[in-house]
Write a protein that binds this ligand. Structure first.
Ligand code: CTP
Length: 412
């Protein structure tokens, strides 16, 4: 970071606030302008005179203090970067919901510059699912998270939760800013100009008005792929079958979503959207069979019928249809969930890609019910010759990043 920047340091109400004083010193020594905006309670840890002395700038906490200047908007407009250190569990929760009740949260939500969040709290607070979910939401908004360090905590416990040392925050911020000023590392705009349609979730085929044949797909992998593609600049449309709202909320707001119920509805939606698509991804678990007849009334249990027989008919194979109607230059990617040894799984995938005529197949081994509803995954990507072109393991978000990293060079 060579030229002077306007940096806003947001300070949360944590004991590590005292360490953030060095951050101001380090940035000022490099010629940057630093404006400190503590939350009102953060002033209990380090007072305004200290911040004003180290930053040589006035310190405010209340958006109504200088209403004539609409300070939060003015601060947000002139900032090149916002760094929040320490970010407490409470402050992270406020940011994740877009609250704007003090000058700091109002400034963050008014800004369009990069935001770097440096959490610091007790290990249990950090590991709590609420905090992790809120941090995931911040990642979805494009905020950079600098994970806390492990070591001795103020409570006397030891664990992850210490604010990363100020010199390391400065170095990481430099890395981020050199890479790209707007997107987290690894999300360069490599998919700009691509129109991508992705299916996710699992279809349901009605037996009667209250019962259906369904499957265990949560849609998390498809949603993660859609989110990653959008962050890389693609125009993304997701066709979602029974994907929970709590999963869909991880999508960036510019991803369009069509919700469907059955294989038939998914086929209609995918075919319509695919007309303009450069890349199609069928990650949904589509029912292979549906009841030949759907009862219009709830089927009643009768004493003498100890068994019932449902006659099923095959559904359309949407991937096969999309490949058969492939537009010029369109790339079509299928998924395959298989069971068996890793070798067997890849061999099934080779047969499947040939049968379906897809360009790439992303295969995961679901032996023993692995993968469904979990946040982690492990996949192998094969091309139409059956060659393995990549393998990715990790959170579904990391796996999605890996999938796009492997496939993007193939789209050029
Ligand atoms: N698929 C589809 N339409 C179907 C069934 C599957 O478009 N009716 C797509 C899936 O979205 C996935 C790929 O085909 O991209 C492979 O799905 P999978 O269930 O693994 O394959 P099947 O063809 O159903 O074969 P099998 O269940 O026998 O392994």
């Amino acid at each position: 970071m060579d030229s002077p920047r306007n940096i806003i340091l947001g300070v949360g109400a944590g004991i590590a606030a005292y360490k953030a004083v060095s951050l101001v010193r380090l940035w000022r020594a490099r010629g940057h302008n630093v404006y400190v905006i503590p939350t009102p309670t953060a002033l209990k840890f380090v007072g305004a005179p200290t911040w004003e002395a180290v930053s040589s700038a006035p310190v405010h906490t209340d958006p109504f203090e200088d209403s004539a200047h609409v300070e939060h908007v003015e601060q947000a407009r002139t900032a090149d970067l916002i760094v929040i250190a320490p970010a407490t569990a409470d402050l992270i929760a406020q940011l994740s919901t877009g609250m704007a009740s003090n000058l700091l949260t109002a400034t963050v939500i008014s800004s369009d510059c990069p935001v770097v969040v440096c959490p610091a709290m007790h290990t249990n607070m950090y590991r709590h699912r609420a905090t992790q979910r809120n941090l995931d939401l911040l990642r979805c908004y494009g905020y950079h998270i600098i994970e806390p360090a492990s070591g001795a905590l103020t409570s006397g416990d030891t664990g992850q939760g210490r604010l990363v040392e100020p010199v390391d925050i400065v170095a990481k911020v430099d890395d981020l800013l050199c890479d790209s000023f707007t997107y987290p590392p690894g999300t360069e705009q490599t998919l700009t100009g691509k129109n991508i349609v992705i299916s996710a979730g699992g279809t349901r085929e009605a037996i009667d008005p209250v019962r259906f044949i369904g499957n265990s797909s949560s849609g998390k992998q498809g949603v993660a792929l859609a989110a990653q593609a959008a962050r890389r600049g693609a125009h993304v449309h997701l066709v979602a079958a029974h994907v929970a709202d709590s999963v869909l909320e991880y999508l960036p707001k510019d991803v369009s979503v069509t919700t469907v119920v059955s294989a038939q509805q998914m086929s209609t939606a995918m075919k319509a959207l695919s007309k303009e698509a450069n890349i199609i991804v069928m990650s949904a678990a589509v029912a292979d069979y549906r009841p030949q007849r759907t009862a219009t009334q709830k089927i009643k249990k009768t004493e003498d019928a100890t068994t019932v027989t449902l006659t099923l008919e095959q559904t359309e194979d949407i991937l096969v249809s999309l490949c058969a109607e492939r537009k010029k230059g369109q790339v079509i990617i299928g998924f395959a969930a298989e069971t068996g040894t890793d070798e067997e799984v890849v061999n099934y995938a080779r047969q499947k890609i040939a049968r379906k005529n897809a360009d790439y197949l992303i295969v995961n081994n679901v032996s023993g019910g692995k993968v469904f509803h979990e946040d982690t995954n492990s996949v192998t990507i094969i091309d139409r010759s059956g060659a393995i072109i990549g393998q990715c393991t990790g959170t579904k978000d990391n796996v999605s990043a890996g999938i796009w990293d492997f496939l993007t060079p193939m789209f050029q």
